[in-house]
Design a protein around this ligand. Structure first.
Ligand code: NG1
Ligand code: ZN
Length: 550
């Protein structure tokens, strides 16, 4: 039985000491904080990824270095399991334990304990594929990660600078290579070819879509969008904006999907670019979120968020399943979180099964796997559509009895190719939206009128200890601090169409407050009043109480 290469780990771990005053937590998006503090975390994640691979018999694990929509100075790292999905939850605890071991000796002890408790066979190979986004702190963090690989003897493949969804694609493609479940060629070329070929088939015979403006958030999505554009050729005219990935300070700055969603407005530098009625969309810093929008004839901004994408796509898929004559065999369902606009939930519930789960892609993804076709989107624009293995088999085996059934069946098969089956993917989702719009002959206006969003507001509250906030019922109810939920409920009752909930963020040291109501002013007021309750309850300094917390 081989032993841990303790000496090699020791020497390299000493070169990546843990800052003594910091605590790192593997949250909903992996580790994420100031990039300059993450050196030891990356080194340790290199070893953790190797151990995870050994545990899974040498299957390839993914490591993505990104902080997504966060400001440029932040960075982060997350692990991707062999099927291209998020790291299994039980290993999040191991990740946190390894990251916080105070010294090299303590770290080696924690690694040994993990090898024992998870019964890791050290004689197995360790294989990892890794990538980063365009953040300036990326290269140094990658070299810390590579030291981790070196210490454990990991066979590591560098996927360079690429998007989160492409890295997930690669992981799945590598692990299914040569099997009958092959996900595609394990290269970026394989990814672009798969997306562009299925897109072209899906819009064949339809009018070429109008020009779509893509705000690339000055991030890695700019590189991927440019590559994809070459594969798409003339099938869809794209105009790429915010593509500066080299100037400091530009990433996600007044642009990108998160800016659009939280500010509920156009990125300022698109104001002069967009024509009335023209569609545009924003990616986030690692291109796994997508927000659509358009300006109407009066120049008014209309946002088409993840909920609107879910509504558009779910209705289209239900229609195609019916047309293919597969209604009794294939059940389509939608998964949302409590952040979904109440109007979207109402619209969807009238048409198909809808489930609400806790925030975090892993919860959405797992719930979506319970349907034959599971559509999941977070309001912030992260989402995808999952086709179960049984459904994929039905689609390949089904014998259509009319030409119309055959057409719909082919559309569904092509959708399984177009849609990223591993994680939310802004570029794949953008093409999906354009396919549905082309089929329905919808402009942004018709799409937007599927239902009218309830006005809503999302507020952050800085508290002493966000871990004091505990929730239940898919985060819709607070159970701790005691008594606070009753006070929130009491407030909500006073607002027409009022809904509000409070939960600790998994990616920032804050508590989030969401509120919606029939009227804009009421949604704002409710959000700020609940934020005030949270602030007072959580021991915020009265002198620093934000004045808008009425
Ligand atoms: P937190 O910080 O836990 O609210 C945010 C998003 C999630 C998810 C993660 C991962 C909101 C309200 N929350 O999580 O939906 O996308 O980041 O990036 O949008
Ligand atoms: Zn992202």
């Amino acid at each position: 039985m081989p032993e841990l290469p303790v000496r090699a780990i020791q020497v390299l771990a000493d070169a990546h000491p843990k800052p003594s005053h910091l605590y790192f937590q593997y949250g909903t998006a992996g580790f994420r904080t100031l990039g300059s503090t993450l050196d030891s975390v990356l080194f340790r994640v290199g070893i953790l990824a190797g151990l995870r691979s050994k545990r899974l018999d040498g299957r390839t694990i993914g490591v993505m270095v990104t902080a997504s929509h966060n400001p440029e100075q932040d960075n982060g790292v997350k692990l991707v399991d062999p099927r291209g999905e998020m790291l299994e939850a039980s290993w999040e605890v191991h990740a946190t334990a390894l990251a916080n071991a105070p010294s090299t000796d303590a770290f080696i002890e924690a690694v040994s304990a993990l090898v024992q408790s998870a019964r890791i066979d050290l004689s197995k190979p360790a294989r990892v594929v890794y990538a980063r986004d365009t953040r300036p702190s990326g290269p140094a963090l990658i070299s810390a990660l590579e030291d981790g690989f070196k210490a454990l003897g990991v066979e590591a493949r560098d996927a360079g600078v690429t998007t989160t969804p492409i890295l997930h694609y690669l992981v799945k493609a590598i692990n299914t290579k040569g099997t009958n479940e092959s996900y595609g060629d394990d290269s970026e070329d394989g990814y672009y070819t798969k997306l562009s070929a299925s897109f072209k088939k899906l819009i064949a015979g339809k009018a070429t879509p109008d020009t779509v403006v893509i705000d690339c958030a000055n991030g890695v999505g700019a590189i991927a969008a440019k590559n994809l554009q070459a594969y798409l050729g003339t099938s869809i005219p794209l105009v790429l904006e915010n593509t500066d990935t080299t100037s400091r300070g530009k990433l996600n700055d007044s642009c990108g999907a998160d800016y659009v969603k939280t500010m509920q407005r156009l990125p300022p530098n698109l104001v002069d670019v967009m024509k009335p009625g023209q569609r545009a969309c924003s990616l986030d810093g690692d291109a796994d979120r997508l927000m659509y929008y358009y300006l109407d004839e009066r120049g008014q901004f209309h946002m088409l968020d993840g909920d609107k994408i879910a509504a558009l796509v779910a209705a289209f898929i239900v229609e195609q399943v019916k047309l293919a004559g597969l209604e009794s065999e294939i059940k389509v369902g939608v998964v949302q979180t409590a952040y979904a606009n109440g109007a979207s939930t109402k619209y969807l519930e009238e048409r198909l099964p809808v489930k609400c789960v806790s925030t975090g892609v892993k919860h959405l993804h797992h719930a979506a796997e319970h349907y034959s076709i599971g559509v999941y989107f977070e309001a912030n624009g992260h989402g995808t559509v999952l086709f179960s293995p049984a459904t994929q088999e039905i689609l390949t085996k089904h014998e259509p009895s009319t030409p119309a059934q055959s057409t719909a069946l082919n559309h569904l098969i092509n959708l399984t190719q177009l849609i990223n089956q591993t994680v939310g993917d802004a570029l794949s989702d953008m093409l999906l939206v354009e396919v549905v719009l082309a089929h329905k002959s919808y402009s942004g206006v018709e799409w937007n009128s599927l239902y009218a969003d309830l006005p809503n507001r999302l507020v952050k509250v800085v508290v002493g200890d966000r871990n004091a906030f505990k929730t239940e019922d898919a985060e819709r109810r607070l159970v701790n601090p005691p008594g606070l939920q009753e006070k929130i409920h009491e407030l909500v009752r006073r607002y027409e169409g009022g809904r509000s909930f409070v939960r600790p963020s998994g990616t920032e040291d804050v508590v989030r407050v969401y509120a919606e109501a029939v009227l804009r002013a009421q949604a704002d007021e409710l959000a700020f009043r609940v934020a005030g309750l949270v602030y007072d309850e959580a021991g915020g300094d009265p002198a620093k109480r934000p004045k808008e917390f009425i």
